[in-house]
Design a binder for this molecule. Structure first.
Ligand SMILES: Cc1cc2nc3c(=O)[nH]c(=O)nc-3n(C[C@H](O)[C@H](O)[C@H](O)COP(=O)(O)OP(=O)(O)OC[C@H]3O[C@@H](n4cnc5c(N)ncnc54)[C@H](O)[C@@H]3O)c2cc1C
Ligand SMILES: Cc1cc2nc3c(=O)[nH]c(=O)nc-3n(C[C@H](O)[C@H](O)[C@H](O)COP(=O)(O)O)c2cc1C
Ligand code: SF4
Length: 413
């Protein structure tokens, strides 16, 4: 049925052909017409109106599928008679305990699928076992066994890597203390929830925190781990999940141009003016540009490579570029920044010709990140087991690499 008209035409077609027991009507429809929308972050669930329309038009049972992550909303749809059943696809990968948590009233620790498409679908298409950014133990459930020796474990860093490692260690029976220097856990992943359509990441972070607490992890925020502090906790094992720091490319003028990092800007630490240059056109730069443009800023993205948003999933990239066009974001690929000024940059284009972008209020830097791992060396001298995970080990990374490292480390304690 791929590509066959709008929902009414589809229903008409179905009834004309007397397919009266086509239970997965909507799935077929969605797979044909809506695949790109299925995958975008944010719009959860995207097909409630479609399913209602189809339900009104047919007498057969109708199952809705596509970005259902909130049980209350799914239940409402069924109660209102707008669908007979709701199917949870990726949500069941991100948190297979969904039915149990619903039954037991534990929804605040339900980890929502964030629609990132980093772990599940690409692996499926590559013929590999699927994984999940928020549930790296999918397919590895049998490895989640109780620890033979219960240990005292310190986890440093409350990003996705640290939170996941702490939770698995606690579930396995270890006594876990998590140290986070900021006031709130979440790390870069909390900041990742600020750009357009990514708010659900904050629900995932919250669920990870709640889950840690319930498993017995002691989370100490506003606590910067130092070798001395960690020594005082006498750990048997330390898991270092200290994340990354923004990369400052050694371009002339960068240190005194007054530029701000995307992370600081997104966290609201530094206000920016009307006209903004985003220096760096990878995923973080592009999402930062979208964020600013949607708030009425005039934005230009300057990227050295010829492709902007190269590291953004193709399904999401299309919508990002539509967003850029709608908000008049200026794109400068193939532009190597040669000099930073307080009001802009000068660049060399692909053909070697120089050009300048001046008269801007702010420059937001998104030129990559570097692993931040200042504790490993000192700790190795007195802690029996030291693990480095997530962006502290390899940066740039993402939630898939962070939580996969976390699982491996936590199973090795
Ligand atoms: C704007 C933006 C958008 C992003 N979008 C996505 C996305 O859509 N999908 C995705 O998968 N990834 C995304 N990422 C990347 C993702 O956030 C990171 O890959 C992930 O957070 C790395 O996890 P981590 O736990 O290794 O490190 P972090 O999340 O950086 O956490 C490290 C933590 O350690 C703490 N810490 C450091 N040193 C100490 C110390 N000495 N004592 C105590 N605490 C310490 C830090 O305060 C921090 O909380 C995005 C990142 C940004 C900035
Ligand atoms: C790992 C994975 C495998 C899938 N395999 C199939 C499949 O074999 N046939 C199919 O019609 N849809 C398949 N789908 C699509 C889902 O059935 C569903 O329509 C889609 O994931 C959107 O729903 P969701 O947001 O609840 O995941 C698959 C999805 C995922 C994530
Ligand atoms: S990898 Fe991302 S999209 Fe896939 S199930 Fe996990 S959270 Fe959802």
């Amino acid at each position: 049925m791929r590509g066959r008209g709008n929902p009414r035409e589809f229903v008409l077609f179905q009834s004309l052909n007397s397919l009266q027991d086509c239970l997965f009507l909507l799935i077929s429809l969605i797979s044909g017409r809506k695949i790109p929308l299925v995958w975008i972050l944010g719009s959860t669930p995207f097909n409630a109106d479609l399913v209602s329309e189809i339900k009104r038009a047919v007498s057969i049972p109708v199952i809705a599928v596509g970005r259902f992550t909130e049980l209350q909303y799914a239940e409402l749809l069924v109660k209102q008679g707008r669908a007979d059943l709701i199917a949870f696809g990726r949500q069941s990968i991100a948190d297979p305990e969904l039915p149990n948590k619903a039954r037991l009233g534990m929804l605040e620790e339900l980890v929502p699928c964030i629609g990132c498409l980093l772990g599940c679908v690409p692996n499926m298409f590559a013929g590999k076992p699927i994984t999940c950014a928020l549930n790296p133990s999918v397919g590895r459930e049998s490895e989640m066994t109780p620890a033979e020796t219960k240990k005292r474990v310190v986890v440093v860093g409350g990003g996705p890597a640290g939170l996941y490692a702490a939770w698995v260690c606690a579930v396995r029976g270890h006594k876990v203390t998590l140290l986070e220097k900021n006031h709130e856990p979440g790390g870069s992943f909390r900041i990742a929830s600020y750009p357009v359509g990514k708010g659900q990441i904050s629900a995932a972070v919250r669920a990870m925190i709640v889950r840690c607490g319930r498993a017995g992890v002691e989370i100490r925020t506003d606590t910067e781990a130092t070798p001395g502090y960690i020594r005082s906790l006498t750990p048997d094992a330390v898991i270092l999940a200290t994340g990354s720091v923004p990369f400052m490319s050694p371009v002339p003028g960068i240190s005194d141009c007054g530029c701000v990092t995307a992370q600081d800007m997104l966290e609201g630490k530094v206000p920016v003016g009307k006209k903004v240059i985003v220096a760096g056109g990878g995923m973080i730069g592009c999402e930062t540009a979208e964020y600013l443009a949607e708030r009425g800023h005039q934005v230009a993205i300057v990227e050295m490579k010829s492709v902007i948003a190269k590291d953004v999933a193709p399904e999401n990239r299309r919508y990002m570029f539509e967003n850029f066009a709608r908000n008049h974001v200026q794109l400068y690929p193939d532009a190597k920044i040669e000099q930073f000024y307080s009001d802009g940059v000068s660049c060399t284009g692909r053909d070697g010709s120089p050009f300048s972008l001046r008269g801007y209020d702010n420059i937001v830097l998104t030129m990559g990140t570097r692993a931040w791992n200042p504790l490993e060396e000192a700790l190795s001298e007195f802690v029996p087991q030291v693990f480095v995970i997530g962006e502290a080990l390899h940066s740039p990374g993402n939630a898939v690499t962070a939580t996969a490292d976390a699982l491996d480390a936590a199973l090795s304690v």
